[in-house]
Design a protein around this ligand. Structure first.
Ligand code: MTE
Length: 336
């Protein structure tokens, strides 16, 4: 097993082991009594994109499918969310994705086209006044869509800048009418191994789950994404509904959401179940707290030759630092 402490970008492609391979090996090694220690390789498929990868772009309108909300795009940009970086080229973003349901590597775009995004229902349940099931198109038409430019920083130390379209998470909370005891929101992705072959890999704890506190979800920055680049979201981006939490590592931004459960118990996420020491609940971007196996001090900006210093809370400290100031947690826990 390849285990290396250091910068993931110093790895050659052939040295990086994707989690799929890692967990396969781990399963094999567990079976044969060879598993030593708990050093999971986890989300470290930091290999460069192959230049020969075909760009699979938006599928908002194809011969057999027209997105029923197409008329809502492009939505007006909210100028409060401007940033200084250049927008990542759509072709690069569309062909370099983490979506383990469709494979444990970055080139999942073609496979993700198998996902049927209509009909699509979103369940709101748990500690709410009234549980409900919302049709995605009714949900999207009941809110005000806007475009925001957000930084997106993966725990693997690469980043992009994306023009997301969507609506504030707090608009969904208002619809849900949570009970006063609700402290967290647990979110879940679809589970259908017949279209998502990654979900046949039984060593992963499907479905993908993520969680946030009520305060985090109510923060202005927490954004439920329905589109990108002025169109309904491509399937590889997590259509028809994903989260964008730009101050946290990208794995918190769950894709293709089907359920929001309001609860008083802290949810255990997909990655936390696999490797809690490496992918904790909070996962706030912090250049001073390294991942156990590589540095988080800087990031590779996809689509450029730049490597730039990473900022605390990914540059969004002004908006979110207050959420964490009273938490009595060691820094390493809070930021991992
Ligand atoms: N959501 C689901 N359902 N499945 C996933 O594998 N990967 C996460 C997150 N959301 C993932 C997911 C990770 S690790 C990252 S970095 C981002 O999605 C990647 O989003 P992007 O492909 O739009 O860059």
């Amino acid at each position: 097993m390849f285990i290396k402490r250091g910068k993931p970008w110093s790895l050659k492609d052939h040295q990086a082991t994707s989690e799929g391979i890692y967990f396969n090996r781990r399963k094999f090694m567990t079976g044969s009594g060879l598993l030593i220690g708990g050093a999971a390789l986890g989300l470290a498929g930091c290999s460069e994109q192959s230049s020969s990868d075909a760009v699979v772009s938006q599928s908002a309108s194809t011969s057999d499918f027209t997105d029923p909300t197409l008329d809502l795009y492009p939505a007006k940009r909210n100028e409060a969310y401007q940033i200084e970086r250049a927008i990542t080229d759509e072709g690069i973003n569309s062909s370099y994705n983490n979506f383990y349901e469709f494979g444990s590597h970055k080139q999942i775009a073609k496979a993700a086209q198998a996902l049927k995004t209509r009909p699509w229902q979103v369940t709101i349940d748990g500690m709410v006044e009234k549980e409900m099931v919302l049709d995605i198109d009714e949900l999207i038409r009941s809110v005000m869509l806007e475009e925001r430019l957000y930084r997106h920083r993966c725990v693997e130390a690469w980043s992009m800048t994306i023009p997301w379209t969507g609506f504030a998470f707090k608009d969904l909370i208002a619809k849900a009418k949570p009970l006063s005891g609700a402290k967290y929101i647990r979110m879940e992705t679809f589970h259908d191994p017949s279209v998502a072959s990654g979900q046949k890999q039984s060593w992963y704890p499907w479905p993908y789950v993520e969680g946030v506190t009520m305060e985090e979800a109510s923060n202005d920055l927490a954004f439920l994404v329905t589109g990108a680049y002025g169109k309904p979201a491509a399937k590889q981006f997590g259509a028809p509904l994903r989260l964008a939490l730009p101050w946290k590592y990208g794995f918190k931004s769950i894709k293709s959401i089907t359920r929001f459960t309001f609860t008083d118990k802290r949810p255990v996420s997909f990655w936390e179940q696999l490797a809690a020491r490496e992918y904790g609940f909070w996962a706030n971007v912090n250049p001073e707290v390294d991942h156990p196996r590589w540095s988080q001090a800087s990031e590779r900006v996809l689509g450029t030759n730049d490597r730039i210093p990473t900022k605390i809370y990914n540059g969004y400290g002004e908006q979110v630092a207050h959420l964490y100031k009273d938490l009595d947690l060691p820094k390493t826990v809070l930021y991992r």
